[in-house]
Ligand binder design. Structure first.
Ligand code: TXA
Ligand code: MG
Length: 331
């Protein structure tokens, strides 16, 4: 069992906040910090005990590598053995930002960070607090998302506390994160470039750099979701009809269903209980709120969630992949 520790929460803009964060890391502690996607949980790169704690506090399976967060492009050469030309062009185009590049690792990178393999994932987060922190630390910062394994990634400091309160030393709170889904993970370590995780940078935006790249990474591990989630397909009138039919049947069985409607259709469900979770023209908002929504739904009184889908293109791929993970993990 992990020892209980006192988890402090400080606002990132408070005077001395970054110094406190550095002190925690240098003392072997774990620190949750904001990025533009979700909150990360940082430990020092060359501190084997702190890296070990990253696995134990999250309940994370060994062999799952951590992303190294950098403050500037030159840091890549500290951890990557080689950087292909296309990686340099992608860094120019997308960094700082939510694109993680998997590259051949230098031998110094600890095995725990590499997941036992020969590669390392790197990105520069587009968040002033993360950049100041990593810049002042002066070394790459390994950090998984700051949630318990199997839970949606945290988009607020409160989510971090709910999952990891009493297990980590410090949370740097900078309010809700802007993007709300994790970075896209792109394997450029040799062989054919592949998307390992669909994320905030869309396949459509990567294709101009890699004409043979296929969409991918939309599976991912299931969430352990305590409520039943159904994700519908189709569109328009047929979609509305099948959702309504399922709702009525569930009601008749004594269930408490809730419809997660698109803004465009919400008016068509009459008296049935519904909330709008996304709209065609406001996909970014849906992504930003998705993980907070899932956490709220899990706590609420409904026991069945009927989701209308967004289109599987652009950011919609990442959003739909997270929804399906919740649907698969439901019991
Ligand atoms: O947006 C994000 O990516 C957030 C923020 C904190 O940066 N981080 C994040 O980390 O989501 P994590 O550990 O929860 O997910 C990282 C994913 C995992 O699926 C991991 O297997 C993959 O990236 N990954 C990291 N390094 C890798 C490597 N060297 N080879 C293959 N996959 C890698
Ligand atoms: Mg994660």
């Amino acid at each position: 069992m992990e020892e209980t520790v006192q988890t402090r929460l400080i606002r990132a803009e408070e005077k001395g906040a970054i110094d406190e964060a550095l002190e925690v890391l240098r003392g072997g502690g774990l620190l949750a910090f904001p990025t533009e996607t979700v909150y990360g949980l940082g430990a020092r790169l060359f501190d084997p005990r702190a890296l070990e704690r990253l696995f134990s506090v999250k309940g994370r399976p060994r062999g799952r590598p951590f992303i190294l967060h950098l403050a500037e492009k030159s840091m890549v050469f500290e951890v990557a053995a080689s950087v292909p030309e296309v990686a340099t062009r992608l860094m120019e185009a997308f960094w700082p930002g939510p694109l993680t590049l998997v590259l051949p690792a230098r031998p110094e990178v600890p095995m725990a960070v590499r997941g036992g393999g020969e590669t390392v994932g790197v990105r520069i987060p587009a968040h002033p607090v993360a950049l100041e922190l990593i810049g002042s630390l002066g070394e790459p910062l390994p950090a998984p998302s700051a949630n318990l394994t199997g839970r949606p990634s945290p988009t607020t400091a409160d989510h971090v506390l709910r999952d990891l309160g009493g297990k980590i030393e410090l949370v740097l709170d900078a309010g809700p994160t802007g993007i709300g889904v994790e970075s896209t993970v792109l394997d450029l370590s040799g062989g054919r470039p592949r998307i390992l995780r669909a994320g905030a940078v869309a396949w459509e935006d990567l294709r101009p750099f890699l004409p043979d790249l296929e969409p991918g990474g939309e599976e991912g591990p299931s969430f352990t979701f305590r409520k039943e989630v159904l994700v519908f397909s189709g569109q328009g009138k047929e979609l509305v009809e099948s959702v309504a039919r399922e709702y009525d049947a569930a009601k008749a069985r004594g269930r408490r269903p809730l419809i997660l409607a698109l803004g465009e259709h919400a008016g068509e469900y009459g008296e049935r209980e519904k909330v709008v979770w996304a709209s065609f023209d406001r996909l970014h908002e849906a992504a930003r709120n998705l993980f907070a929504l899932l956490r709220e739904l899990e706590e609420g009184e409904w026991d069945l969630f009927l989701f209308e889908p967004v289109e599987e293109k652009g950011l919609g791929r990442a959003v739909m992949s997270r929804l399906r993970r919740a649907a698969r993990g439901a019991r």
